[in-house]
Design a protein around this ligand. Structure first.
Ligand code: PAF
Length: 279
């Protein structure tokens, strides 16, 4: 596995690989890799011969300094996971090379970023879209893979790639869950034993709502209420919404393919999750 630190070196590598007829697939991450990331890598390997994983804890997308300072960093383990997963190249730029002092550019997607995570975490999405634009430019991948857990992020990035004519196919990989249903997240390691027990209520609420949907209920309020009731009093709910998967506009009646979004806080730790309604 090749470890690359400079954007120019990554561009040259990607160009050479593509000249040799291989497809390049990128898995952008902030490290602290877990089974969810392994599944993204696995999906990348199914669609491209040369898989690049990037690890960069992107300060720009943290609207909260403490969240950035306490974000888990497990570089040695991450490198080992990438090696054992058969990753072709690991891109680990330094903060200085990503954002030199003279850095003055910001990439913004309007509309889709106004609500939900965008409203609760001002500046978050422009941090994400700026860094992902840089990652896509440096690695010029044929395919880029992102997790469903950050559903709004995926919708925003798909719009970015579409609007800027970036020739990368965007793919979304399903959320990987603990046995009890909790969506895997690098932030889960910060949950105390007690908070970890409460965190499972989020997926329980979402799956309760899904089972109502599957029994024929379509009314938005009823489906949202099912998820809310499971969490109420235990989790500080930020939002629960049912949205169209492309526009992220709220729907009055849920249909197959619409998404139930959830965000909440337990003991100061923000957790998000979602499910896509299916028959
Ligand atoms: O989803 C993440 O881990 C990050 O938001 C991403 C896409 C790697 C950008 O920093």
């Amino acid at each position: 596995m090749r470890i690359v630190e400079a954007a120019r070196e990554l561009s040259d590598l990607s160009y050479a690989v593509k000249q040799g007829g291989q497809k390049v697939a990128l898995v952008p991450t902030m490290g602290a890799l877990h089974e969810g990331h392994r599944s993204l890598i696995h999906m990348a390997q199914q669609h491209g011969e040369f898989v690049i994983v990037s690890i960069f804890v992107n300060r720009l997308q943290f609207n909260n300094e403490e969240d950035f300072e306490t974000y888990p960093v497990t570089l040695e383990d991450d490198i080992a996971i990438c090696r054992s997963s058969g990753v072709s190249a690991l891109y680990m730029p330094s903060s200085k090379s990503m954002y030199p002092e003279s850095f003055a550019t910001s990439v913004e997607v309007s509309g889709l970023t106004a609500r939900f995570e965008g409203a609760s975490r001002p500046g978050h999405f422009s941090g994400v879209t700026t860094v992902v634009t840089k990652l896509l430019t440096a690695s010029a991948p044929d395919i880029a893979i992102f997790g469903q857990k950050d559903f709004q992020q995926f919708a925003v990035l798909r719009k970015l790639v579409d609007d800027l004519d970036i020739p990368t196919e965007m793919m979304m990989a399903p959320t990987i869950r603990e046995e009890d249903g909790l969506a895997l997240s690098s932030r889960n390691v910060r949950l105390s034993a007690e908070s970890r027990q409460l965190a499972v209520l989020i997926s329980q609420g979402l799956f309760h709502s899904l089972s109502l949907f599957q029994s024929g209920i379509r009314d938005r309020q009823e489906l949202i209420e099912a998820a809310r009731q499971t969490c109420i009093g235990e989790i500080e709910i930020d939002y629960i919404a049912i949205v169209d998967p492309q526009t992220l506009e709220s729907v009055s009646e849920a249909h197959v393919g619409d998404v139930l979004l959830f965000a909440g806080t337990i003991d100061g730790i923000r957790l998000i999750d979602n499910i896509i309604f299916c028959a």
